[in-house]
Design a protein around this ligand. Structure first.
Ligand code: PEP
Ligand code: MN
Length: 339
């Protein structure tokens, strides 16, 4: 940590800051220039809040120089994390992984048809919510455990892995036998109790970026899961809320290379929630892979005009086919290929 004192700071101010730094466990190096004193705190005390220093008397500003997330940081595993699924599919390797399916599981027929289309397009994971976080309590809330059973059944029938959203701790046990990967939705990115519990399961997790979360907040949320011992974790950019209203969210493509630099965890992109309009999804999917995404999580519905949720952003099956063909051409340019 670096603390820059004001040029008007008294010796008493400086000593008070030094005392507090030492108390926390920092080794303090003092540099006194013509006008200003700089205090460099070396060491990594477990608990400290840089904001505490910013408001101490005589302080001009204080900065953290070590990252607040230890296990999620790139240094922890410079070679990158690879998540190996039971059928041999790897996320975080050279291959870009396509995960697709409807927003929600609606019926056996709908999810089976979806799974067949995802598999035919070259997808490796079937997505579909059985428990849905909806803005309105009157909207379709998902099929619950019946939806989980259908996901497993059609996943097995078509050779696809299953990813679905977990909304609360009580659902973890219920979901475990049916799924291959937990999805933590944007609204739950900072549900710290849920994250802690997921740190104790031995099943991969995909953590979505919160609607207004900074990249540092995403990584701190990841830290909750990693610190429980669950290292099979991937992150997912899914658009953030900005002042722009032409799209549902603003797809933050820049978060992808930034995250790839800051963390060893695989980074996926969800362009469907990112833009919210199906015809713009392929462009954002291509851009995400060009930017370094390890995979895509996308909504595709066999009949999106009749979908019970997110129909407007769900691609038609042909759009998904065409997009995967384009991804196969694009991926080699960035040293990847589509699994
Ligand atoms: C979803 O994937 O259907 C979903 C609800 O996503 P998000 O949590 O990103 O809004
Ligand atoms: Mn959705």
């Amino acid at each position: 940590m670096i603390v820059a004192m004001q040029d008007t700071a008294s010796e008493e101010h400086i000593q008070r800051v030094i005392e507090r730094m030492v108390e926390l466990g920092f080794n303090v190096h003092r540099t006194t220039g013509a006008a200003q004193t700089i205090l460099a705190g070396v060491g990594t005390p477990e608990h400290f809040d840089v904001a505490e220093f910013k408001v101490l008397g005589g302080v001009h500003d204080a900065y953290r120089i070590s990252s607040p997330y230890k296990l999620a940081g790139r240094n922890f595993r410079p070679e990158g994390t690879r998540i190996i699924f039971p059928n041999g599919v790897v996320v975080g390797g050279k291959e870009v992984i396509v995960m697709a399916g409807p927003c929600s599981v609606e019926s056996r027929e709908q999810i089976l048809d979806s799974a067949k289309k995802v598999a035919a397009a070259g997808g490796k994971f079937l997505r579909g919510g059985a428990y849905k976080p909806r803005s309105s309590p009157y909207s379709f809330q998902g099929m619950g455990v019946e939806g989980l059973k259908l996901l497993r059944e059609v996943g097995d029938e078509t050779g696809l892995l299953v990813i679905t959203e977990v909304m609360e701790i009580s659902q973890i046990e219920i979901m475990l036998p049916y799924i291959d990967c937990f999805q933590i939705g944007a609204r739950n990115m900072q549900n710290f109790n849920l994250l802690r519990e997921l740190g104790h399961v031995r099943k991969p997790c995909l953590l979505k970026r919160g609607i207004s979360a900074t990249i540092e907040e995403v990584l701190l949320s990841a830290e909750y899961i990693l610190s429980g011992g669950n290292y099979d974790l991937m992150l997912c950019e899914r658009g953030i809320r900005t002042y722009e209203t032409a799209t549902r969210n603003t797809m933050d493509i820049s978060a992808i290379p930034v995250l790839k630099k800051l963390t060893h965890l695989p980074v996926l992109a969800d362009p469907s929630h990112g833009v919210g309009i199906r015809d713009f999804v392929p462009a954002m999917a291509l851009a995400s892979v060009a930017a370094g995404a390890d995979g895509l999580l996308m909504e595709m519905h066999p009949n999106p005009d009749k979908a019970m949720s997110d129909g407007a952003q769900s691609m038609y099956p042909d759009q998904l086919n065409h997009l995967v063909e384009q991804l196969r051409q694009l991926a080699p340019i960035v040293g990847r290929n589509v699994a």
